[in-house]
Design a protein around this ligand. Structure first.
Ligand code: ATP
Length: 356
């Protein structure tokens, strides 16, 4: 490829919109990924993730906006001219072809010479542990092995950009966790730019360098996983990331400052924050023997290393979840007091946006 170094694998989307009749699937998306970035498109069902990926692939034309790959405007180019590899949820393997034939199918179509095909096949098969399975048909493979064949097909393409749409959704939880690590390692080893679609926040957080959280065809937040967790830009982002999610409590005016609704007499934040929403991550709140916010256990979920407590605050108008270490012998109904950190996450009640 005769492109300037440093531009390899660079992606930029400028104001991409896409309408299907009356449905606006994408309402103006502008994002950029630097070469070698693992970018995850995250969001609930219907937010437009797959449509956006299909626009990048060239399988769908945007209604407006521009797509630049490696500095070049490819908005009007067909998929094959974009230099992109893609892995689908369904794997899209040909049932009548062997594993080896499936892997090199695209190379054959592009008239890559036989010796070169063979070399790339051997290297990809080795990388993905498929060497002994090359003669089999897809139907003779496990789900995880089929997934690896789909990955190998992307690897042999030697494209600087790879797109994946929920590639792990057909695998069981254990295999999914294993394949997450494998895909991440592969991406880093090849140094390619990845655009990866998922609705699973844990998958996004564990794999991504950059998470683009989407909602109703728009970008809700574009940040690193650490930023997204530490400084969610909105109530939506705060509730979408983290298990259990951030608790969101309404603040009302009190005698000495803002109070949690239903827990009078205990100021938890400055008076000026009354009317706003206080966000608390489950690990930011701890039970205390000293003074604290009165609460009552609603449910305790023992998870081994930790227990997640759902507690009703004060008279029960607000509920929150907290994470306590190990086995916590607090039955439902037990009273406790909670120590709150200084208010770190505050949101505007009307707009849902983070306040500085
Ligand atoms: P999921 O996680 O469920 O796949 P998604 O975030 O990938 O959801 P999209 O598949 O991109 O969402 O769909 C975004 C919106 O566009 C939805 O309202 C969907 O119904 C609509 N849509 C997508 N493709 C088409 C199409 N070909 N024709 C009409 N509407 C479509």
């Amino acid at each position: 490829m005769s492109l300037p170094q440093g531009l390899r694998g660079d992606i930029r989307l400028d104001g991409i919109t896409k309408s299907f009749g009356d449905t606006q699937a994408l309402a103006g998306i502008s994002i950029a990924a630097r070469p070698g970035t693992f970018l995850v498109l995250l969001g609930p069902s219907g937010c437009g993730k797959s449509t956006l990926l299909r626009v990048v692939a060239g399988l769908e034309a945007p209604t407006s906006g521009r797509l630049l790959l490696e500095g070049r405007d490819v908005t009007g180019l067909p998929p094959a001219a974009r230099g992109i590899a893609m892995v689908f949820q369904s794997y899209a393997l040909f049932p009548h072809l062997s594993v080896a034939e499936n892997i090199v199918f695209g190379l054959r179509a592009r008239h890559v010479a036989a010796a070169e095909r063979q070399a790339r096949l051997a290297a990809a098969a080795e990388m993905l542990g498929l060497t002994k399975l090359l003669g089999r048909r897809p139907s003779q493979l496990s789900g995880g092995q089929q997934q690896r064949v789909a990955l190998a097909r992307a690897v042999v393409a030697e494209a600087p950009i790879c797109l994946m749409d929920e590639p792990l959704s057909n695998l069981d939880a254990k295999l999914r966790a294993e394949m997450r690590r494998e895909i991440r390692a592969l991406q880093q080893r090849l140094g390619i730019t990845m655009v990866y679609v998922t609705h699973d926040q844990a998958e996004a957080m564990s794999m991504a360098d950059q998470v683009v959280l989407m909602r109703d065809g728009r970008v809700e937040q574009d940040a690193t996983p650490a930023e997204l967790y530490a400084r969610p830009a909105s109530v939506f982002a705060a509730s979408f990331i983290g298990t259990p999610p951030m608790s969101l409590l309404r603040l009302v005016p009190g005698e000495h400052g803002a109070e949690v609704a239903g827990a009078p007499g205990i100021a938890v934040a400055p008076a000026s924050t009354a009317g706003q929403v206080l966000g608390l991550r489950p690990e930011e709140v701890t039970p205390t023997d000293g003074p604290g916010l009165p609460a009552r256990v609603q449910a305790a979920e023992f998870l081994g290393a930790e227990t997640v407590l759902a507690v009703a605050v004060g008279d029960g108008a607000e509920v929150m979840q907290l994470r306590v270490p190990g086995h916590h012998a607090l039955p439902a109904g037990a009273p406790l007091r909670l120590k709150l950190p200084p208010a770190r996450h505050m949101f505007d009640a009307a707009s849902g946006l983070r306040l500085p």
